[in-house]
Structures are given as structure tokens and as C-alpha cells.
Design a protein. Structure first.
Length: 321
């Protein structure tokens, strides 16, 4: 099985970008080790702090953020970083070629139940027209990403990543400590009979989303004339991974009773990297009105509605909105 670095070299990824990806993955291996050790590594449970989004930080959120931050800020290739767990942009090395954004630990509510969790990351070229620590560094549409990926800390530790070509899957080989290429090209089936949404929010959605989900729930008796299955991990990283593996549609729409929050998921370090991974694997990613990768961000921790997955199913829904 091919190792990661030769795969990236064969894909003509620039050397500096390869070095930066290695840095992110070095942090991911450390996180994977702690996750695997669980209670033995003292990382379960909550801290007494909240992040800028008002969410209680888990010990593993804080630890994962610190590991990534420390390693990235000591890299010569990083001009700035942004994280779910950092209020503002953090400055790296002046003149460095890249900026990195990450959700250090996605699926925090799964940590203490031994469920699926992951790290989501994205890399953009640094902007020379604004200061290194300006939030405008990250005011770039997702289509500018030069690399997007996640590490899923599941029964196996998996890396799913694209550098603009195919979305590839690697498995962490604990015997030698490196990621090995285990699926050279992920391709999401265009059709699906599986959906993924937090049904407890049904009463909070706009009517067209309610109508669509009701259609799916009507099964063979309804207008779709077939039975749909539902899966919900409570971690976008796990739900999108399933869709990349076997197809499906994932939705996190806006809740109408929270007009200040257009959805739960964050554009920079959740929606954009997942949208790139899905599009490079033949799927679609939209807010319902716009292609996610075309959005011009207006704030660092901006939230967006997300509809992503199998092409024909996403298309079908978009036509009804
Ligand atoms: O269970 P809820 O409240 O619908 O939220 C689930 C969503 O929240 C998230 O966990 C947010 O991510 P964090 O764990 O990084 O805050 C997504 O991964 C997931 O899709
Ligand atoms: Mg998250
Ligand atoms: Mg998180």
C-alpha cells in the first residue's frame, strides 16, 4: 500500500504544502493516541470554559486545539491560523505561504460516549494584501482551498483528504505510525435512499424542508415511492464520512426560531472543507440557495445551512426550495 508522502508527490503537490500537511497529521496522530487511551489519558469530560460560540469546551477540544496550534505556529509554512476554539485569528510566520483553519475536535458531544469524533482542517494560500493576523486572511471563498481534509477517530483512524484532485482515503497504520492509502478515489453514488438530519428540530425548519423530509418518511406510500433509511451520528465528520463511503444526503438547515444563526455549522472549518471533499468525490454541497464553495465569507465564525451528498438527491431537493 502506498504511503502518504509518495502519493502527494505523485499528485504534484508543492513541497511546502506537503510539509504543512505532515505537520497537521503529526498533531492528528497525537490526538488519535489520546482518544484511543480514553479515560486512561485523562481527556474525557468538560472544562469550566466556553468558546466564542458559547459552547462548553470539553477537555479534548482544548487539548486538540493546543496540539494543532503549537505545531502549526512552529511551522515555517503557516502565516496564520483560525480555529473553532480561538476567538480571533492567531498570527504565524510573516511571509509564510499558507493559512490553516480547523475544527480541532468535531462531534464533541460524542467524546464521553466513545462515539465518532474527528479533526477537520483546511488550507488556503495566504493573502499578501492584508496583515498576517487580519481576519480578512480567511475572507476567501471555499473554492480557494488548496487542501481540505478530516481525520476520523473511529474504530480505525482514517484520513480523508483532497489537494484539488480526487478525494482519497488513508488509514493510520499503528505498526509503523504512518497513513497508508487505502482508497485511491472516493466516489459518492449519485442516487441514494438514506438521509441524515437531526429530526428533533423538525418543528423549527422552513416549510420546504419539512415537506421534503415528510416525503422521505412517507416511504413506499409517498410520492418518492420507496423506503428511505435515516442515520444521524451527531458529528458532521461521521455523517459526511458515511456519505463519502456509500452515498446519502446530509442536511443541517437553519432553525426558524434562531434568526441570528443561519444554521449550526461553521462555514470556514466545517462546511467549506466538507464541501470540497464531497465535490471532489462527485457530490454536491449547497446552502439551499448557493454553492457552499462560492460563498464570500463575512465573519470568521460564520454559520451556514448545509445540504450535501449524493448529486441527484441534492439536486432534487434544491429544485423544490
Ligand atoms: O446534535 P446537534 O445539536 O444537532 O449538533 C450536531 C452537529 O454539531 C456538531 O457537532 C458541531 O461540531 P463541534 O462538536 O465541533 O461543536 C456537528 O459536527 C454536528 O453535525
Ligand atoms: Mg464541529
Ligand atoms: Mg469542534
Amino acid at each position: 500500500m502506498q504511503r502518504l508522502i509518495p502519493t502527494l508527490r505523485a499528485d504534484n503537490v508543492p513541497l511546502e504544502l506537503i510539509m504543512l500537511i505532515r505537520t497537521i497529521l503529526a498533531a492528528s496522530k497525537e490526538i488519535a493516541f489520546r482518544v484511543n487511551q480514553g479515560a486512561l489519558s485523562g481527556v474525557l469530560g468538560s472544562t469550566l470554559d466556553e468558546n466564542i460560540q458559547g459552547e462548553t469546551q470539553k477537555k479534548l477540544d482544548v487539548l486538540s486545539n493546543q496540539l494543532l496550534k503549537d505545531m502549526l505556529l512552529s511551522s515555517p509554512d503557516v502565516r496564520a491560523i483560525a480555529s473553532e476554539e480561538e476567538d480571533d485569528v492567531v498570527k504565524g510566520q510573516d511571509g509564510a505561504p499558507y493559512i490553516v483553519a480547523f475544527d480541532p475536535l468535531d462531534g464533541s458531544s460524542n467524546i464521553d460516549i466513545n462515539g465518532q469524533i474527528g479533526t477537520i482542517f483546511t488550507i488556503y494560500p495566504a493573502r499578501d494584501d492584508v496583515a498576517a493576523d487580519s481576519p480578512l486572511q480567511f475572507s476567501q471563498p471555499g473554492k480557494n482551498q488548496v487542501c481540505a481534509g478530516y481525520v476520523l477517530y473511529g474504530p480505525s483512524t482514517l484520513l480523508v483528504m483532497t489537494t484539488g484532485g480526487p478525494t482519497r482515503q488513508y488509514t493510520l497504520d499503528r505498526t509503523h505510525g504512518g497513513y497508508l492509502l487505502t482508497k485511491a478515489e472516493l466516489s459518492i453514488p449519485a442516487q441514494t435512499s438514506e438521509f441524515s438530519i437531526n429530526m428533533s428540530n423538525f418543528h423549527r425548519w422552513d416549510q420546504p424542508i419539512k415537506d421534503y423530509i415528510s416525503e422521505l418518511q412517507a416511504g413506499t406510500e409517498g410520492s418518492r415511492e420507496r423506503q428511505f433509511n435515516m442515520r444521524w451520528n451527531g458529528a458532521m465528520v461521521g455523517d459526511v464520512h458515511r456519505i463519502l463511503s456509500r452515498g446519502g444526503i446530509f442536511l443541517y438547515p437553519a432553525n426558524t426560531d434562531e434568526p441570528t444563526k443561519p444554521g449550526k455549522l461553521r462555514l470556514l472549518y466545517e462546511a467549506n472543507p466538507m464541501a470540497m471533499l464531497v465535490e471532489q468525490a462527485d457530490g454536491l454541497a449547497s446552502t439551499g440557495t448557493d454553492r457552499i464553495l462560492d460563498i464570500q465569507p463575512s465573519e470568521l465564525h460564520q454559520r451556514v445551512p448545509v445540504i450535501t451528498g449524493s448529486k441527484e438527491e441534492v439536486d432534487y431537493l434544491l429544485k423544490t426550495l
